[in-house]
Design a protein. Sequence first.
Length: 294
Amino acid sequence: MKPGIRNTLGDTVFEYVNAVILLVLAAVTIFPFMYILSVSLTPLDVLAKAGSFQLIPKRISFDAFRFIIGQQLIPQAFFNSIVITVTGTIISLFGTSLLAYALSLVKLPGRRFWLVFVLVPMVFSGGIIPLFLLVKALGMMDSMWAVVMPGAISTYNLLIMKNFFEALPAELAESAHMDGAHHFTIFSRIVLPLSSAVIATIGLFYAVGLWNGFFNALMFINTEARKPLQVILRDVLMDSLKTETQTVLDKFELLPGLTLKMAAVVFSVFPLLIVYPFVQKYFTKGILIGSVKG
């Protein structure tokens, strides 16, 4: 409520109902993460007892995390995922921002045609086999480029960024153009500095997609030392979970398969949880402003 404005009974009821609904939604959203973290830290003797699971375990065991970190390929896979995520995000932001700026220009020749051209892949796709043949023909097999390049520009992210650029004051670009500035100068010195919110938001989208990317890496990368973290974690789980309920691990106590699964999830999500708070303040602003115009 703003200062000096009296709340009506309807406004008060709405605020309380809205707060309750948001609290319920927050609890529903947070509970799965708490459950995953709790199971990954719960010892076998506690987890094996029927009905003894607790959201905050009284005893904590890090054996599942020590087992995952102790795998020989995990450090290299972690590094590979960082390289793929950083490189792919930079390439995607560069290509998406340039194309979005070009499509935001009202005087772009054939603008309507190019808009339809970029919208078609959002509805239709060639499928797995044409993608595989294309990646192979371009010589990107068994390299990170097979993961980074096929999805470098997302149509959804492109439209959000285009709408954001269109919402910027046109007078800034017009005045710079009258002073002799070319489009690349306008783009780099005027548009980009004013677009930190949408760039951070779209960058987060791309980074999350690349970090969690699994299928392309599984299909195109065969060398163990080049595989990203998600694929290696999958291989570790497939090798270790040979029984349905539990696994005997060297140097560790008997670990349930569910604990290993949850520990792998926590290990793969943790880097994103570190990065997200730094871009969260731009997230809502970037999405809302980029979605105003159709």
